[in-house]
Design a protein around this ligand. Structure first.
Ligand code: NAD
Ligand code: MG
Length: 399
């Protein structure tokens, strides 16, 4: 990591952006940042899963070279609506990879949710682009592969996840050997104080009601089970090259301290701010510089208390399972991630209970076969097998 000594305030050519997942929570907030600095960014490519209407609206506002809808069944809607614009309209996974490698794209914002984001991120990394990474599942599933490809092609990953952005900011100017441990803070989610005996009655609506952050459905459920923090421990391992036992988790209900780094001399640095994803998104786009922006400031005079407590691993077994998967290595984190994506979907569809989520993950890890995670094909195979296993297991529970 380089140590910037001065801000680059010169007006340079606008930075070419591809936003993968532009219609989601991170994607739309990224476009809010672009709106703040219209002359400094040039949106070249936008992609969505299935929200054709929002993608069309974004295309008309930001005039990219290309847009991609992953769900090809709705592609004709986008094609018809943008026929008069000259914007290229693509579909499917190939389209996502084309967008991620589009000419003139310097930074790819990876804001697709889940395993679906992996192949376009790998494509982007292979062009040597800078990747502003929100899609944590990419590193959970394929951290070794993504890092190896990034090294080989000179691509830089900059974290968008607030905890990892906090750590990244604390590490500016520090030598990697000076780092002793990382502490990821966690809000604790909506069920931090709810009695464990009532967890099997938790409804999707209750789990979707996060106290501090407004995010997509999948990550909101992950926050409620604390699997989100587990995924973030694995993400931190690959971003910052530290072993599982040097990555701690601390529950901090106010979500003001976004994470901490403890150094070998006993000093600890933290990064603080109001919970607002626009700050880490903007930093990922402007690093190593900071640009003036009107994001809400912390009012220190009214901040009377910051609380911290250890996470309850009995109540939130998903966090323990993530540590176990990281220790197991190989395809274990990919299996955990795939099982979790399926379990969350089944819970949101009210097919399983909240407490079935960790049970299904534990089962999936129990069925794990020893395998390396260095090839994309091996990861795709592990992902698909884990998903099938969860569906079979869930069916057995339901019958
Ligand atoms: P979201 O559900 O709001 O948006 C996801 C985006 O991906 C949408 O544009 C959607 O159309 C697209 N998408 C979904 N499935 C797809 C598929 N199969 N193929 C292609 N595109 C698809 O999610 P989000 O909250 O913006 O989260 C995105 C990523 O960022 C996740 O990995 C999440 O863990 C991470 N993240 C989010 C936040 C947050 O505050 N929202 C914070 C930290 C990290
Ligand atoms: Mg986070």
């Amino acid at each position: 990591m380089t140590t910037p000594l001065s801000q680059d305030t010169s007006i340079s050519a606008p930075r070419g952006l591809c936003i993968l997942g532009s219609t989601g929570s991170i994607g739309t907030q990224t476009l809010d940042i672009v709106r703040l600095f219209p002359e400094r960014f040039r949106v070249r490519a936008l992609t969505a899963g299935s929200n054709a209407d929002m993608l069309i609206e974004q295309a008309r506002t930001f005039a990219p070279d290309c847009v991609v809808l992953a769900d090809t069944s709705q592609l004709h809607v986008v094609e018809d609506a943008l026929r008069d614009t000259g914007i290229e309209v693509l579909g499917g996974e190939d389209g996502l990879c084309a967008a991620a490698t589009w000419e003139g794209v310097e930074t790819v914002v990876a804001a697709v949710v889940g395993f679906a984001g992996l192949s376009p991120v790998l494509a982007a990394v292979r062009t040597g682009a800078t990747v502003a990474l929100a899609n944590k599942e990419t590193l959970v599933v394929a951290g070794a592969l993504v890092n190896a490809q990034a090294r080989a092609h000179g691509s830089t990953l900059i974290p968008v996840d607030s905890e990892h952005s906090a750590i990244f900011q604390c590490l500016v100017g520090e030598h990697p050997d000076a780092v002793e441990s990382l502490t990821l803070t966690a809000s604790g989610g909506p069920f931090r104080t709810r009695p464990r005996e009532t967890f099997d009655r938790i409804t999707p609506a209750e789990a979707l009601d996060h106290p501090n952050w407004s995010m997509g459905a999948k990550i909101t459920i992950d926050s409620a089970t604390m699997m989100n923090k587990g995924l973030e421990v694995i993400e931190a391992h690959w971003l910052f090259d530290l072993a599982a036992d040097a990555i701690d988790v601390l529950v901090h209900p106010q979500s003001i301290v976004h994470s901490l780094v403890t150094f070998v001399d006993g000093s600890t640095k933290a990064q603080l701010g109001v919970p607002d994803m626009k700050v880490p998104i903007q930093y990922a786009l402007t690093y190593p510089d900071r640009w003036p922006a009107p994001h809400e400031r912390l009012d220190w005079s009214t901040l009377s208390q910051l609380d911290f407590e250890l996470p309850d691993l009995e109540k939130f077994p998903c966090l323990r399972l993530a540590y176990e998967a990281l220790e197991a290595g190989g395809t274990a984190p990919a299996v955990l991630n795939a099982a979790n994506e399926e379990a969350v979907r089944l819970f949101l569809e009210e097919q399983i209970r909240f407490t079935d989520i960790p049970r299904l993950l534990e089962d999936a890890l129990g069925r794990l076969s020893e395998s390396e995670a260095h090839s994309y094909d091996a990861l795709v195979h592990a992902d698909a097998a884990a998903r099938r296993g969860v569906l079979e297991q869930a069916r057995a529970v339901l019958d």
